[in-house]
Design a protein around this ligand. Structure first.
Ligand SMILES: Nc1ncnc2c1ncn2[C@@H]1O[C@H](COP(=O)(O)OP(=O)(O)OP(=O)(O)O)[C@@H](O)[C@H]1O
Length: 230
């Protein structure tokens, strides 16, 4: 589903942010991406949805080489990828339903069909009763669930989440992680960047660790959780 072959990313004048990344994520997998601040987690996720371009190497997403993709083809790629990033904020003056349905509006999906999809997504994240509320009237955890519903409304095959529980207390963290696990069980390939060790040991998923732009380990869930305990 997602394959990296000898991928490098460097910004002009700086040492590489990612170096010789080789990674294979199968359809339906759940993968944690971890490592210290500045290790390159966000950058790696951005490469997958063409938020950044690789300097060198090949990246296949659903079999397509996206390192060489034309600018005009990027929106088509993104239809298959849901993104939960801190910098993609909710529109404060639009209702929860409008926020979730925004992409469908842009894509020209007919209103009744869009409405049905939005309600299905809000139900999935347990917020159908908040469809007409404004985002700021919701708790932090509820807002994050709206962000997840927005990322999923177009039925993407891949969900990328960058520190999705970053600002949440432990109870809400569990709520969001359970939701992501549920989405994964339904068939979506999920990648989550986090430096929260509690998440890694609690959820026991495949864990790829980055340090200074290099993959230093790639372990299945049980092994990764065991390592967290020593
Ligand atoms: N647009 C940019 N221009 C120059 N350097 C950048 C740019 N974006 C990221 N970097 C650098 O790339 C490195 C990796 O950043 P990245 O955000 O991917 O790390 P991260 O592991 O996600 O960190 P954090 O956990 O703090 O979010 C950092 O040193 C950062 O300063």
């Amino acid at each position: 589903m997602i394959q990296f072959f000898h991928v490098y990313k460097a910004y002009p004048g700086d040492p590489p942010v990612l170096q010789d990344i080789n990674l294979n994520v199968e359809k339906g997998e759940f993968v944690f991406l971890t490592g210290p601040s500045g290790a390159g987690k966000t950058t790696l996720l951005k490469l997958i949805f063409c938020g950044e371009k690789a300097t060198k190497g090949q990246i296949l997403v659903g079999g397509k080489n996206i390192a060489r993709i034309r600018e005009s083809a990027v929106p088509y790629l993104r239809r298959n990828i849901g993104v939960v990033f801190q910098d993609f904020k909710l529109l404060p003056h639009r209702s929860v339903a409008d926020n979730v349905g925004f992409t469908l509006d842009v894509l020209g999906v007919p209103r009744p069909e869009a409405r049905e999809k939005v309600l299905r997504m809000l139900k999935l994240v347990g917020l159908e009763h908040k469809a007409n509320s404004l985002p700021l009237r919701l708790s932090g955890g509820e807002q994050q669930r709206v962000v997840i519903a927005r990322a999923l409304v177009n039925d993407p095959t891949i969900l990328l989440a960058d520190e999705p529980t970053g600002n949440l207390d432990p109870a809400l963290t569990v709520e969001i992680m359970d939701l992501l696990t549920d989405i994964n069980i339904r068939g979506t390939t999920v990648m989550v960047a986090t430096h929260d060790a509690t998440l890694l040991s609690r959820y026991q998923k495949r864990t790829v660790r980055l340090e200074r732009g290099l993959i230093v380990s790639d372990e299945d869930g049980v092994k990764a959780a065991r390592r967290m305990l020593v």
